[in-house]
Design a protein around this ligand. Structure first.
Ligand SMILES: Nc1ncnc2c1ncn2[C@@H]1O[C@H](COP(=O)(O)OP(=O)(O)OP(=O)(O)O)[C@@H](O)[C@H]1O
Length: 256
């Protein structure tokens, strides 16, 4: 079943000005329930713009986007906030944890906002804390833990609402290689349990954990590849070859 559908999405910044900038020209793709999709492209290609539009944090200036049967254009600002809380989870490069709350409170915050029952919250937290190996740091504050631990707390916060779609923007960008591998393993296992994931990344290693990679260039989808039953190493080589072709404008290679 399709969970996210983008049809001819366009984003023009500074639309009222003569020198308005077209960050997204014509982006169309679907994401099915249970998929794990990576989005790659050079700096300035439009990846974050695209993610912000899917996240209902920004509006497209053209095209249609349907998430979980909801046309995002028809959401008022107030309903967009509720829709985000109910349907989306976010993981960012810089964690975005609140230093005034301890780690457990950071994770539970979305459930508190949704007025969920305390036993329900504790049960979900216990399961996630075990899976993400954060049980020992729940009572500490974000400023008392490492970057890798912060990102696992942020992942728990994103997953605790059981979102229809997990959106991640460069989630491994601030992590060392050990913690990158740990987070990617967590993403892969929650995906195997059914979590749909859309992740923007510059890292071929991170993308090689996903099942499909979309390459964006000049505000358009240029190419896409599927992992299929390839090994991660073989798939990563394909991703790197695609990135090289992308930067060399090699359309022939892209079609092969
Ligand atoms: N608020 C804005 N106003 C005007 N132009 C913007 C705005 N935000 C982004 N842009 C431009 O839109 C284009 C796409 O930006 P975006 O941040 O989506 O790229 P990106 O692919 O995520 O880049 P990076 O990998 O460096 O994060 C860039 O040329 C950028 O300068």
């Amino acid at each position: 079943m399709t969970i996210l559908s983008l049809q001819h999405i366009q984003k023009q910044y500074d639309i009222s000005q003569q020198n308005g900038f077209l960050a997204l020209r014509d982006v169309s793709f679907n994401v099915d329930e249970g998929e794990y999709v990576a989005i790659m492209g050079e700096s300035g290609a439009g990846k974050t713009t695209l993610l912000n539009i899917i996240a209902t944090l920004d509006n497209a200036t053209g095209g249609e986007i349907i998430l979980n049967n909801q046309n995002l254009k028809q959401l008022s600002e107030k309903h967009a906030a509720q829709f985000r809380r109910e349907h989306l989870g976010f993981v960012f490069q810089n964690f975005n944890l609140l230093d005034t709350f301890n780690n457990e409170e950071n994770i539970l915050l979305p459930l508190v906002l949704d007025k969920k029952s305390v036993p329900d919250m504790k049960m979900r937290l216990a399961t996630l804390a075990k899976q993400l190996e954060i049980e020992g740091i729940l009572k500490r504050f974000p400023y008392e833990i490492s970057g890798g631990q912060k990102q696992r707390i942020a992942a728990a916060r994103a997953l605790i609402t059981q979102p229809d779609l997990l959106l991640a923007d460069e989630p491994t960008g601030a992590l060392d290689s050990h913690n990158t591998e740990r987070l990617l393993t967590i993403f892969e296992s929650v995906n195997q349990q059914g979590q749909t994931i859309l992740m923007v990344t510059h890292s071929a290693k991170a993308a090689s954990h996903a099942k499909r990679t979309l390459f964006i260039k000049d505000g358009k989808i240029f190419h896409e590849i599927y992992r299929g039953d390839q090994s991660r190493t073989a798939y990563m080589s394909k991703i790197n070859a695609s990135l090289e072709a992308l930067s060399n404008d090699d359309e022939e290679m892209m079609q092969s």
